[in-house]
Structures are given as C-alpha cells and as structure tokens.
Write a protein that binds this ligand. Structure first.
Ligand code: HPA
Length: 248
C-alpha cells in the first residue's frame, strides 16, 4: 500500500490518533506549505499530516499555498492524499454533520495559483479531469465509512467558492441549479493540482451548516463549531478504519 497523506481542514488542525515520529519543514519551488509536515503512524500505517490552514489556523482558504502543499507531499513520496474539508449543505440529504465523499466538482474560485504548469512553457499539459477524484480512494473511504457506522453519502457534486465570505442565498440557488450538492472553499485547486502531480486524491467533506438561504436563521459560528465537532469525530473513526483496512 502507498503512503497516505491527510490534509486537515477546519476542525481538523491536528490528528489526536497519530503517533508522531517527526516534523519536517519543506521548501518547494512554489514557496512553503501551510505548515511543517507531521510524520507518524496510525493503525500501524505510515501517515503524513498537513493542516491546510496552518498549525494555528491562520491561513484563509483563498491564501492557502495549494501548490506548495501538494508538491511537498509528492516529493516526500506520498502517492495518496485525502483532503478533509468543512462544507455547507445545499441539497436535502446534505444535513449538518453528514460525511460526504463527493464524486464531482464545479470550480467557482478565481485568482488562485491553480496549476503547476505555468513556469516551464515549453510544453502545455492538459490533464484529464473528467473524474476529478481518485475512484480507488473514494471506494476505500466509502467502505471504511460503512464498516464503522458513519454511512457516508457516496455521490455528490462539490461547488468550490472563493471565500472567505459565505455565499448569498441567490448564489446558492444558482449553484443548486448548476448541480452542486455541497459548497466549500478549499476543494479547488487542491483536487486539480493533485491530478497534475499524479496523486490519487479524494475528499472527505463534513457538513458544518446548511448553505445560505436553506434555513430561516442566519449561519452562525457557534452552530458550525458544534456540527464540526460531531462531524470530525466521525471522520476520525472513518480514518482509523480506513488505515486498518489498508494495513491488510
Ligand atoms: N459555504 C462555503 N464554504 C463553507 C460553508 C458554506 O456554507 N460551510 C463550510 N465551508
């Protein structure tokens, strides 16, 4: 089995189940990753952990150095990357604290460094992105989720917005019309860069709130945090099960 990296999002800035062996500061042609990479073992498997928003959660979604993060992981010999992310729920099944393993993406972000192919222009590389997530990893996550009782939703379209503000109700209506089931701010360009670097990448999304306009009340941070605590507990047990399955 290949070495797994976990990119933690809001609510998962550290991995309590990881027995840490060492931390590694990396420099890449694109600058520095969000934090030192944490190496360790979980369920007897080697894991690398990287908090997307920095060790003390200071980097907003639009300023994450996605290129440095993915490049650093690739150059450490990682082949499989799981991006954990908090999202808003748009369609009816995507309620707070649900775990979603999306299978499609629509990108609404702008102005982000979204490719590694903008320095050497001697050849243009158009990656195939028909299926934006690695199906093998998606199936492993779905199986692990079922085994540990989390029952993730196994098909959904992730709409990636620019942030850091949340959306207007009309933007969510438009996203739903486009086919989005969930909305988050970090899914792109992370997934596309992973594909450019030939990494097997999938997302484990945790619903922290109903998206704008889906409920009468305004979105508040207290409810988001409460839903995320429950959601991330489920993610942690899913991850332990995933790694146990990978150990065989
Ligand atoms: N919108 C965008 N990103 C998010 C949301 C949301 O409602 N919730 C968590 N991340």
């Amino acid at each position: 089995m290949t070495k797994l990296a976990i990119i933690g999002g809001t609510g998962l800035d550290e991995m309590p189940d990881l027995e840490i062996t060492h931390r590694e500061v990396c420099h890449t042609p694109f600058g520095q990753p969000s934090a030192a990479l944490t190496h360790g073992r979980m369920s007897d498997r080697e894991v690398v952990f990287l908090p997307r928003h920095g060790a003390s959660h200071m980097i907003p979604p639009h300023l994450v150095n996605y290129r440095a993060n993915l490049w650093a992981l690739r150059h450490l010999g990682v082949e499989t990357v799981l991006g954990v992310a908090a999202v808003g729920g748009i369609t009816s099944e995507m309620g707070p604290s649900r775990i979603i393993i999306p299978d499609q993406i629509i990108d609404y972000t702008f102005g982000r460094d979204h490719t590694i192919y903008d320095t050497d222009l001697s050849h243009i590389t158009h990656i195939d992105f028909t299926q934006p997530y690695c199906e093998n990893l998606r199936q492993e996550l779905i199986e692990a989720g079922r085994l540990c009782g989390v029952n993730p939703i196994d098909t959904a379209t992730y709409g990636a917005t620019q942030g850091p503000r949340l959306e207007s109700a009309a933007e969510i209506v438009r996203m739903e019309r486009d086919g989005c089931d969930i909305v988050g701010m970090t899914g792109m360009p992370e997934a596309a860069l992973a594909r450019e670097l030939n990494l097997c990448y999938a997302s484990c999304s945790v619903v922290s709130n109903w998206a704008a306009g889906k409920v009468e009340t305004s979105i508040n941070m207290k409810d988001i945090e409460k839903n995320l605590i429950h959601g991330m507990d489920q993610v942690k047990s899913l991850l332990v099960t995933l790694l146990r399955l990978r150990a065989h």
